[in-house]
Design a protein. Structure first.
Length: 173
């Protein structure tokens, strides 16, 4: 699977342009501060089905990194990659940003075959190390989301580019 998060606005038309640009910039900075250039190979895990992909982006100037909060680079960058993956792998589009207390970051929809599905998606990033513990934590968090058809968590690891997208349904098996 090829993921180009530079096309984030095309994938998610409701995402404001300024927010998409900030998220894409921070994703690029997160990858580049870990020594990666575009494109880079990425390990993907969608519902425990492992595959390899390619992740591409427009470069950012690493000299600008000092102007960004390091945690926001990781979190916003993870959102850019996971939202692109969610669109590529599942065909989902953003409805709106969820608010604190709603137990997820994004409300998405799938309007393909069958009835419309509303999805709560919790996203997180890990600058260094494995994403295994974080995906479990985020699945537990999103499981508390109410009034949705599906609950999913997505985590992006920047050191060794890896992204996982899993549902709470799959977490119980």
């Amino acid at each position: 699977m090829e993921i180009n998060f530079a096309a984030l606005r095309e994938m998610h038309p409701r995402l404001p342009e300024d927010l998409a640009l900030l998220m894409m910039t921070r994703a690029a900075l997160g990858l580049q501060r870990n020594g990666h250039g575009s494109p880079v190979a990425i390990g993907l895990d969608v519902e425990r089905v492992a595959s390899k992909g390619s992740l591409a982006w427009l470069g950012s100037d690493l000299a600008d990194l000092a102007q960004h909060d390091q945690n926001r680079v990781t979190e916003d960058g993870a959102e850019a990659v996971v939202l692109a993956l969610a669109h590529q792998a599942q065909g989902w589009r953003i409805i709106r940003r969820l608010q604190q207390g709603e137990h997820a970051d994004w409300l998405l929809e799938h309007t393909g075959e069958g009835p419309r599905q509303v999805i709560a998606l919790e996203v997180s990033g890990v600058d260094r190390g494995t994403i295994a513990t974080r995906i479990s934590e985020k699945l537990a968090q999103v499981a508390r989301s109410a009034d949705v058809d599906q609950r999913w968590a997505g985590v992006m690891g920047f050191e060794e580019p890896t992204a996982a997208l899993r549902s709470t349904r799959g977490a119980q098996s």
